[in-house]
Write a protein of this length. Structure first.
Length: 635
């Protein structure tokens, strides 16, 4: 087992106990009571006598409702959004039960002179169809507001348009309950008590042909009535996409329970989740609360079946599962010697020593642990030192010597417990940071069974623009010259594209991101190469965080009015979402994110090009999400 890091939790506990004894004087017990002056101190254990009660003073600051008040900051548009969101939420509740839609439900939402367009076009073209899916898509020729499309009026017109929108979910007289979501991404005051909003409208539910999913983009105009209520005046869609199933069978089935049954893995570890463990682990540095543990697949025991290695949170053992002939998994973590307890960020199963079996590389805090596969167990061979806050590893034979080399990404620079993180400091530049952790490239120099990896980051040019809070990287020969290039997705800095070059017979990497038009400064979480248009050139996808609030604010005139246009543009780009870069074939890329419809992917994380339906075209899978509990109003 790897050596454990210093137990900071125990040291802190000792410090607290010492403080208790100091404050308590001769007392055997000192009781700490939080005194925030906002509520009376509750009596504690009246049956015991305490010689000392120590109160920890605190400052009673502004309440959250006072802090989160856009009107007090001069952001009337955000205050308007809050009210419009409430109205849309009421509409969503009504749409959730399509069979119960009535004019009476809608009268409080729309004004007397309300008008709207068809929410579903009469000619809704099918753009893709196979045995499992039907995809329909419509885009208005003019994506700006158009009076000509407002052909329905009043509450009855609004009701008929909404009924057409939810018609695909009506299943043989059943009363389905739909899921809904409204995301307001733009607010524009028009004057004369009128305001225009743009919003994504999503509906999910079951229809007669299986699952139905709708995504619309609406322009809405609102008036503020004399009673202070926000009411819709006009609504028209500028796009709608609908995906429906030709049959009710699911495309994917969750088999976790069946394959894990009998694995020997303790349910009390896997099923409790990150929130539970985060409250209990001792090392909470480097954004551990977001959950960055990795997973990798590979045939560990040479039986032709893919096995799985799972990284876990600090203090929980990593897990190696061997796939059995019946498809179930068996936990062999301890038997194979890889139930490591260190903070593990990502892992790879790959043949590092060219002996035909899968070895193991795991990014732990401060290094990469390398273990050799001897057929029945992994033997730890080397730990490569890195920046503490490792995030992911990618492998490639960058110098074509027949051995796999390793590139590791790092997020924050090394900090000690108690220091504020860079993102909290006044001089931190969120859109163009250059003070993150250092990424590293390790050259595989094994000879005659001797394991040796050497850090060559600086000598081959990969130390340039190398501290940008990196999350992920991908190797690919994007310029078709026979060698591997490297794309690095960064959270707070501009992305890197390192082109492989040979200078005076020596390998050198140059960051050509700016000249290649790939400086995607947009909170890069992952990156994946694929030839999505089948032109023989590798394109690249980067998953970013989409923010409807950011899209509303960054485009307002009062947002950073004194900042240069370039800074404003980069800040606005932070909120736009995912990026798809099409390879032009001349060493540069074209940003086709908007026209390809990939931008709005919510809070996106991992991504992968793959052929979902075996039709020869590359599809995209993007994992997304963050807060999964009920909306508590804090985000």
């Amino acid at each position: 087992m790897l050596s454990s890091p210093e137990n900071l939790g125990i040291n802190i506990l000792k410090w607290i106990i010492g403080l208790v004894c100091l404050l308590g004087g001769a007392a055997l017990v000192a009781l700490f009571v939080w005194d925030d002056s906002s509520r009376p101190v509750e009596p504690v254990r009246a049956d015991l006598e305490y010689e000392n009660v120590v109160k920890l003073p605190s400052q009673l600051g502004a309440s959250w409702s006072e802090v989160d008040n856009p009107e007090s900051d001069g952001w009337d548009t955000e205050a308007f959004q809050d009210e419009a969101k409430k109205q849309f939420k009421q509409l969503g509740k009504q749409l959730a039960h399509p069979d119960q839609l009535s004019a009476d439900q809608l009268t409080g939402l729309v004004g007397d002179s309300f008008r709207c367009a068809d929410l579903v076009p009469p000619d809704f073209p099918v753009v893709y169809q196979d045995t499992d899916l039907v995809v329909q898509r419509w885009q208005a020729a003019d994506t700006e507001f158009s009076e000509d499309r407002l052909t329905r009026s009043g509450v009855t017109g609004w009701l008929s348009a909404l009924k057409e929108l939810v018609a695909p979910f009506a299943a043989d007289g059943a009363n389905p309950e739909l899921e809904y979501q409204f995301k307001i991404y733009r607010v524009s005051p028009l004057g004369d008590r009128l305001t225009e909003t743009r919003q994504f409208v999503s509906l999910f539910g079951d229809g007669p042909e299986g699952r139905v999913e709708q995504h619309s983009d609406w322009i809405a105009r609102w008036s503020i009535e004399s009673d202070g209520q926000h009411r819709l005046v006009e609504v028209e869609p500028i796009s709608i996409e609908q995906t429906s199933g030709q049959r009710k069978a699911e495309l994917f089935t969750d088999v976790t329970e069946s394959v894990m049954a009998g694995s020997g893995a303790p349910d009390h570890q896997f099923l409790l989740g990150l929130d539970h463990w985060f409250e209990r682990v001792q090392d909470q540095r480097y954004s551990a609360f977001i959950g960055i543990s990795g997973i990798t697949l590979g045939d560990v025991d040479g039986d032709g079946l893919e096995d799985m290695y799972v990284c876990q949170e600090t203090g929980l053992p990593n897990r190696l599962f061997l796939q059995q002939e019946d498809g179930t998994l068996k936990d062999v973590s301890a038997d194979w010697g890889v139930d490591w307890l260190q903070t593990s960020r990502s892992a790879l199963l790959l043949d590092l020593d060219n002996d035909g079996d899968q070895d193991l590389a795991v990014a732990i805090m401060g290094g990469i642990a390398l273990a050799e596969n001897d057929g029945s167990r992994f033997q730890l061979k080397q730990i490569l030192p890195t920046t503490d806050d490792t995030t992911s590893i990618v492998a490639a034979d960058y110098d074509n010597d027949g051995r796999l080399d390793l590139y590791v990404c790092a997020n924050f620079s090394n900090t000690s417990l108690g220091n504020e993180l860079p993102s909290d400091s006044a001089d931190f530049v969120i859109h163009d940071a250059n003070d993150g952790g250092k990424n590293s490239l390790f050259h595989n120099e094994m000879k005659q069974g001797e394991w040796n990896f050497r850090d060559v980051t600086g000598e081959i040019g990969l130390d340039v623009n190398n501290q940008k809070y990196s999350w992920a990287a991908a190797w690919e020969d994007y310029d078709n010259d026979g060698d591997m290039d490297l794309y690095v997705a960064n959270d707070f800095g501009r992305d890197n594209l390192y082109r492989h070059e040979v200078v005076d017979g020596e390998i050198h990497f140059s960051d050509v991101a700016e000249s290649a038009n790939v400086e995607n400064a947009a909170s890069g979480m992952s990156t994946s190469f694929g030839d999505f248009n089948r032109d023989g050139l590798m394109d690249v996808f980067i998953s970013n965080m989409y923010s409807s609030a950011g899209n509303r604010i960054a485009f307002q005139e009062q947002f950073k009015p004194d900042a240069p246009a370039e800074v404003r543009n980069r800040m606005a780009r932070l909120a736009r979402g995912n990026t798809l870069l099409q390879n032009r074939g001349d060493g540069s890329f074209e940003d086709v994110s908007g026209m390809s419809g990939v931008e709005m992917g919510r809070w996106a994380w991992g991504s992968l090009f793959f052929d979902l339906n075996n039709d020869g075209w590359e599809d995209l899978m993007v994992a997304n999400g963050f807060v999964t509990t009920d909306d508590t109003g804090d985000l």
